[in-house]
Design a protein around this ligand. Structure first.
Ligand SMILES: *[C@@H]1O[C@H](CO)[C@@H](O)[C@H](O)[C@H]1NC(C)=O
Ligand SMILES: *[C@@H]1O[C@H](CO)[C@@H](O)[C@H](O)[C@H]1NC(C)=O
Ligand SMILES: *[C@@H]1O[C@H](CO)[C@@H](O)[C@H](O)[C@H]1NC(C)=O
Ligand SMILES: *[C@@H]1O[C@H](CO)[C@@H](O)[C@H](O)[C@H]1NC(C)=O
Ligand SMILES: CC(=O)N[C@H]1CO[C@H](CO)[C@@H](O)[C@@H]1O
Length: 367
């Protein structure tokens, strides 16, 4: 009798909340929603909509194989934990002009909570042709190219064991999100591909990027404004432009960046290791503080550590007024390796808001 009572209690608790181990998730296989050799976007959307409506944990499954996807926007809310399991390769159309909504991204995932993207599959942006069409460096009216994977307003989520390759533009962006982990995420694009930032973050809290390998034609990780508590660890970056905070300053509404922890990362032949860039003669007055760079290896990096508060590429700005952004509370520890130039650590701070509380480096050995 007593034992029965205890068993009942345990049984009750194991079903309380979303205990994923106690319940088999419901599988929504895109093939059941009509996915075949053509464009899978409608099938994926229908499977997603059904999964969002599930009150028990669910999996939207993209099985092994190569699948063609023109464009899709997957929006929550979901009623229970939802996993998008990509086991196959999802390919974009190589032709930029075939994107149904030219202002949209390729794959957008918005307003989900307890979401997981997993499965070991590949998102292949087929960017080769789009990079050739990209003249955005010189033409302000250039055609927009889509971002590979766009996450907006997602919470308590995990992106793991995925590959994004040859995005036409930034590979991943993650905006206005909270408590998101990128684990064993691989990003690859050639070193000379245009604007193919690996992961771009802005307006997020508690983001964790761990055990990942990012090689691309632009920043491996770029950090915009209004970021709080970003942990980057065990990341290998290269080719690419390194891990960058900014550029910041241009928009008066920009908010503070606070708490960036970069630990045990390796930079291979990149333009920069860790970089901060802020525009001079720009209106934003935010603070960038609490930055901690520990245990980094630089392998033939042009600028291992560079703070540039006079960032002004292509003479796009005036240098007559200093940046109004204040950088403070920075520690750099155990940074080793080789620099490709004599410039190993460069701190070009604002004349108006001098850097404060910077501990330039302890135990740093860069030759
Ligand atoms: C959602 O699920 C409920 C049952 O749980 C069902 O009655 C309803 O039709 C479903 N809605 C959609 C859009 O599938
Ligand atoms: C963050 O999200 C994970 C699920 O991905 C969850 O297990 C964890 O409790 C969340 N942490 C906080 C502080 O909310
Ligand atoms: C980041 O995620 C990894 C893998 O889940 C975990 O081991 C690590 O503790 C997390 N770091 C932080 C600061 O949350
Ligand atoms: C540091 O990162 C590398 C991957 O670059 C990983 O193999 C190693 O285990 C990490 N070390 C620690 C102490 O986490
Ligand atoms: C894999 C991949 O990148 N897919 C998409 C990502 O890149 C561009 C845009 O970001 C899309 O066109 C690709 O289809």
């Amino acid at each position: 009798m007593e034992l029965n009572f205890i068993v009942t209690i345990i049984f009750f608790f194991s079903f309380w909340g979303y205990n994923v181990n106690s319940e088999e998730p419901v599988i929504f296989d895109i093939r059941k929603y009509g996915a075949g050799s053509g464009d899978i976007s409608q099938a994926l959307l229908d499977a997603w909509t059904a999964a969002c409506n599930s009150t028990t944990p669910s999996v939207v499954l993209i099985p092994p194989g190569t699948w063609h996807l023109s464009q899709v926007k997957l929006v929550g809310p979901n009623k229970a934990p939802l996993e998008l399991q990509v086991q196959g390769t999802v390919q974009a159309d190589p032709d930029l002009n075939k994107l149904p909504n030219k202002d949209g991204q390729w794959i957008t995932i918005n307003y989900v909570d307890y979401f997981t993207l997993s499965g070991g599959g590949v998102f292949d942006g087929q960017g080769l042709k789009a990079w050739k069409q990209n003249d955005c460096g010189t033409n302000p009216n250039c055609a927009k190219t889509p971002i590979n994977l766009s996450f907006n307003f997602i919470k308590n989520s995990m992106i793991r064991d995925m590959t994004s390759k040859d995005s036409k533009n930034w590979h991943v962006n993650c905006i206005s999100s909270k408590n998101v982990t990128f684990l064993r995420f691989t990003i690859s694009a050639p070193g000379d591909s245009i604007n193919t930032d690996g992961i771009h973050l802005a307006r997020d809290t508690m983001i964790n990027i761990t055990d990942s390998v990012i090689g691309t034609g632009d920043d491996c990780i770029s950090i915009g404004d209004d970021m709080k508590d970003l942990y980057i660890q065990n990341v290998i970056c290269g080719p690419g432009h390194g891990i960058s905070i900014g550029s910041l300053g241009k928009n008066v509404a920009e908010k503070d960046v606070q708490g960036i922890y970069v630990r045990n990362c390796t930079f291979k032949g990149t333009d920069n290791g860790v970089r901060i860039k802020t525009w001079p003669s720009a209106p934003a007055q935010l603070q960038i503080s609490d930055l901690h760079f520990d245990d980094l290896i630089m392998d033939n990096v042009k600028n291992p550590v560079i703070f540039d508060q006079e960032y002004c590429p292509y003479n796009l700005c005036k240098l007559d007024k200093p940046s109004l952004i204040k950088i403070s509370k920075v520690t750099l520890k155990n940074i080793r390796g080789t620099s490709a130039t004599p410039e190993v650590m460069s701190f070009l701070c604002s004349g108006a808001k001098p850097c404060e509380n910077i501990h330039p480096c302890s135990v740093c050995l860069i030759s």
